[in-house]
Ligand binder design. Structure first.
Ligand code: SF4
Ligand code: SF4
Length: 382
């Protein structure tokens, strides 16, 4: 699972999220890709398909075929399954292709979301050399992480993940962690934050557990988020960046958010499956209602200028009636489309709307109360 942080919308075109492989080294019990590899239908995106996508993306970036705007930053997020399962030779071809097809003033920013298990010195050297932005899935201390993030043998993966994290730290590669919040980890946000601080991990992203059928109780997530915010203020460590808080604060202070769910996302992201099927977000991959078509048989331009795209984009950008009257709309912008869909179908209300309202209200109250808090958060978003 992931949510997407990227350059501000004004600086880039689409953030493309590629399911490079559906294979994985782990068997996390809450994984939404798991049914694929349990059926042994392993698939990888071919390099020739990536070349086609990149060529078409460059055409869009240069303002070709009617988009009219010259976008210099090409953001690509490599996702899976476990993207490292595609192997280093695969990724060497990826960057060679990018070096061949993309030249200044254009640039590619690669990001990769990994479970960390396959990280070794060779991978770390590669990620550093090519300046990949790295996100590692780590839910918290061993007893929290190992509860859901299991190996194929149903043992915990904490030690393997931490080994990968140590390699990144030794190589001084900046990275963030992605933590799925479950009722277990939500029980003690202070302890969770203390764990990450103890491990010298200072870029944290918390995501409520959600699948199509099941999700973390929004009331539990709301209490977790507000308590975590207070713990963050108490920690008073300017190195500690928590993505949700930083983006809400950016919106409060009138800045552009770099996180998809605070930007009314549709029109900024494309999720592409290993077989070339293109969706409006990677979290929507597999849901035929959000399928735009295939990158194999159509060009990206055709897909995003097609009637289907425009209809979905229009539906997504139509705010829920609650949002029109919401005092926090300028900060929230209406929530995550995936969770709006879970909350009742288009144009539904974000499943975590009440949690967002409570968190934003809590932050605003704390900002008024805490002069030190204002100084602290100003440091974080500057
Ligand atoms: S649906 Fe939109 S807000 Fe939600 S994860 Fe996808 S891009 Fe982000
Ligand atoms: S907090 Fe809820 S009602 Fe307000 S803008 Fe966000 S999703 Fe809409």
């Amino acid at each position: 699972m992931n949510r997407l942080e990227t350059a501000p919308a004004s600086e880039r075109l689409y953030n493309i999220i590629l399911k490079v492989t559906n294979h994985c080294t782990l068997r996390c019990s809450y994984c939404y890709v798991r049914p694929h590899f349990e059926q042994e239908n392993r698939a990888e995106m071919s390099i020739s398909l990536w070349e086609k996508i990149l060529r078409e993306y460059m055409e869009l970036a240069r303002g070709g075929r009617g988009s009219g705007t010259d976008h210099r930053t090409i953001k690509v997020t490599w996702h899976g399954g476990e993207p490292l399962c595609a192997g280093l030779p695969y990724f060497r071809q990826v960057v060679q292709l990018q070096e061949r097809l993309v030249s200044p003033p254009y640039r590619v920013v690669n990001a990769i979301t990994t479970n960390g298990v396959l990280l070794d010195e060779e991978w770390v050297d590669f990620l550093r050399e090519h300046k990949f932005e790295v996100g590692v899935s780590l839910d918290g201390p061993r007893e929290i992480h190992d509860r859901f993030r299991k190996t194929h043998e149903e043992t915990g993966s904490f030690d393997s993940v931490m080994k990968g994290i140590r390699l990144l730290q030794q190589a001084e590669i900046p990275f963030g962690t992605l933590s799925v919040v479950t009722s277990e980890s939500a029980a003690d946000p202070r302890q969770l934050l203390a764990f990450f601080a103890d491990q010298h991990i200072f870029n944290l992203n918390f995501i409520p557990y959600t699948t199509q059928q099941d999700w973390l109780d929004p009331v539990v997530y709301s209490e977790f988020s507000t308590d975590l915010f207070d713990a963050w203020i108490s920690l008073n460590d300017e190195r500690m960046y928590i993505r949700d808080f930083a983006n809400i604060l950016a919106r409060i202070f009138g800045r552009e958010s770099s996180l998809c769910e605070y930007t009314n996302c549709f029109g900024n992201y494309l999720g592409i499956d290993t077989n070339g099927d293109v969706y409006m977000c990677d979290l929507l991959i597999g849901d035929p209602r959000f399928l735009l078509g295939s990158a194999l048989g159509s060009t990206l331009t055709d897909l995003i200028q097609g009637a289907r795209y425009k209809r979905l984009q229009g539906a997504a950008r139509a705010n829920h009636p609650s949002c029109s009257e919401c005092p926090f709309f300028m900060i929230c912008t209406g929530g995550c489309m995936y969770r709006r869909h879970l909350g009742g179908g288009l144009p539904g209300r974000d499943l975590y709307c009440s949690a967002r309202q409570r968190l934003i209200s809590h932050i605003l109250t704390r900002l008024e109360e805490l002069d030190t808090g204002v100084r602290h958060v100003a440091g974080v978003i500057n």
